[in-house]
Design a protein around this ligand. Structure first.
Ligand SMILES: Cc1cc2nc3c(=O)[nH]c(=O)nc-3n(C[C@H](O)[C@H](O)[C@H](O)COP(=O)(O)O)c2cc1C
Length: 147
């Protein structure tokens, strides 16, 4: 059993539903899960934790408003994050050149901070006719052995 912190970046609420679907699947696998809809970097456990970043992209490749301060605090932090595992789900629209840039940039930032990426980044393209909750749950189940 692992302890997961799900960090949600969302403007319109879609990524929140994806995050809740992931929470449900991780709990069914027997893990402990805490959801953060208004993430504050200093408040989120990082030692021996797994972070799931679940974020959309807005503007022209920008972070959703609710995670901008989280990202800035992470950038400026000197905390030892070497015991922190993570993986990322990006929700976006491939008609933008900046497809899932928020997820991709946050994923890169966590790597530069010394965190351990346990599953390669997953993108969900909302321009395709998909059910993002179902897709993310199926993807977690497929990667169960890596969690
Ligand atoms: C104003 C606006 C700008 C957007 N910019 C991007 C973008 O740069 N890259 C991308 O992949 N998706 C972009 N999107 C698509 C959103 O990421 C997508 O609709 C997503 O499902 C929204 O998730 P949310 O409800 O959690 O905010 C944009 C959507 C809007 C409305």
């Amino acid at each position: 059993m692992s302890s997961f912190q799900i960090i949600v970046g969302s403007m319109l609420g879609g990524s929140e539903y994806v995050a809740e679907a992931c929470e449900e699947t991780l709990i069914a696998m027997g893990h402990e899960v805490t959801l953060h809809f208004q993430p504050e970097f200093e408040q989120i456990l990082s030692e021996n934790q797994t972070w799931l970043i679940c974020t959309s992209t807005h503007g022209a490749g920008d972070f959703p408003d609710n995670i901008q301060s989280f990202v800035t605090d992470l950038e400026n932090s000197n905390k030892d994050l070497s015991s922190l595992k993570f993986f990322t789900i990006g929700i976006g629209d491939s008609s933008y050149d900046t497809f899932c840039y928020a997820a991709k940039n946050l994923n890169k930032l966590l790597i530069t901070k010394g965190c351990v990426e346990i599953i390669p980044l997953k993108t969900l393209d909302m321009s395709a006719d998909i059910d993002p909750e179902e897709r993310s749950q199926a993807w977690l189940n497929k990667n169960n052995d890596l969690l």
